[in-house]
Design a protein. Structure first.
Length: 301
């Protein structure tokens, strides 16, 4: 009985054997709702800053999350690590395994940027943006969830009416995805909210319909409203977002995680646009759409 009592008090799960960072973050997302407030903040930070975790100190994480370093240690132990160093080692291994031999030209450009030689010219600025997007594209391809993509295409295929919403930075991606889907026989509507009409445009959504919600931190309140309406009406939700812990993801039937590049404090939409194209082409193939004929007729740019 004494042993059983001691086991009950131990909230730390057994030492994990996560196959990769994605498996660890999936475990974090699955247990997110049961985490205390401080550990939730750390979970969001780790998920959002996964690319920088290889060099981020425990004090940096604590400061960013407004917690004590001991809380970061508790977070690591909550998911079976001995401490922050062991958690960080998982990210460092992923970086080491995924690092491809760098092209000499790319390395020269990066060196020049580090020395400040490209910061003052339009060409230098553009190259930094392109290189940032290149890295983000490679990471996106490496961590692409084929199973989630398949389920997403099934949702698009089975929906009677597809609603697409995205505001502010996400609006171009939502508009582009709507444009692509309009080349199928599906009923598609961009929920633009023109004149404050989000509620009116969402009024007819039903159980056989699908809402595609595109949203990134800090997650537009209008998009969150549309997700709540869809959820309340029994419609399915496909989310394109940056975190499995975002409010858009937690309410979704299927979530596609998109990590974008950031340079000069400007976040790209390159990966989201590519993902939109991939969804459309996969859906069009499933619908047996004659893509060659559509291109010949100039229907697709």
């Amino acid at each position: 009985m004494a042993v059983a009592s001691g086991t009950a008090r131990n909230t730390r799960v057994p030492r994990p054997r996560y196959a990769n960072v994605g498996a660890f973050l999936a475990a974090v997302a699955a247990g997110y709702e049961s985490l205390p407030k401080q550990l939730r903040a750390i979970a969001r930070y780790v998920e959002t800053n996964r690319a920088r975790m290889v060099v981020t100190r425990i004090t940096d994480v604590a400061a960013a999350c407004a917690v004590q370093p001991s809380a970061v240690t508790r977070f690591a132990q909550r998911f079976g690590f001995s401490g922050y160093s062991e958690l960080q080692a998982l990210f460092r291994k992923a970086f080491s395994d995924g690092a491809a031999p760098g092209a000499s030209y790319t390395e020269r450009i990066r060196t020049m940027m580090a020395e400040g030689e490209l910061q003052s010219s339009p060409g230098g600025i553009t190259r930094q943006l392109l290189l940032a997007n290149q890295g983000a594209l490679e990471e996106c391809a490496l961590h692409l969830d084929d199973s989630a993509l398949g389920r997403a295409v099934s949702l698009l295929h089975d929906a009677e009416h597809i609603y697409v919403v995205g505001v502010r930075r996400s609006l171009p991606a939502a508009a582009y995805l709507t444009y692509l889907l309009e080349h199928t026989a599906k009923r598609v509507q961009l929920v633009s909210g023109l004149g404050g009409t989000f509620a009116g445009q969402m009024r007819a959504i039903g159980k056989k319909d699908l809402l595609v919600a595109v949203s990134f931190a800090p997650y537009g309140k209008e998009t969150r409203f549309c997700v709540r309406v869809a959820e309340g009406r029994g419609a399915r939700v496909l989310s394109l977002t940056d975190s499995a812990m975002s409010p858009i993801a937690r309410a979704a039937t299927v979530t596609l995680l998109v990590k974008e590049a950031s340079a000069f404090s400007f976040r790209s939409l390159t990966n989201t646009m590519c993902l939109s194209q991939g969804l459309f082409i996969a859906l069009a193939s499933r619908l047996e759409l004659d893509l060659d004929q559509a291109v010949d007729q100039g229907a697709i740019d």
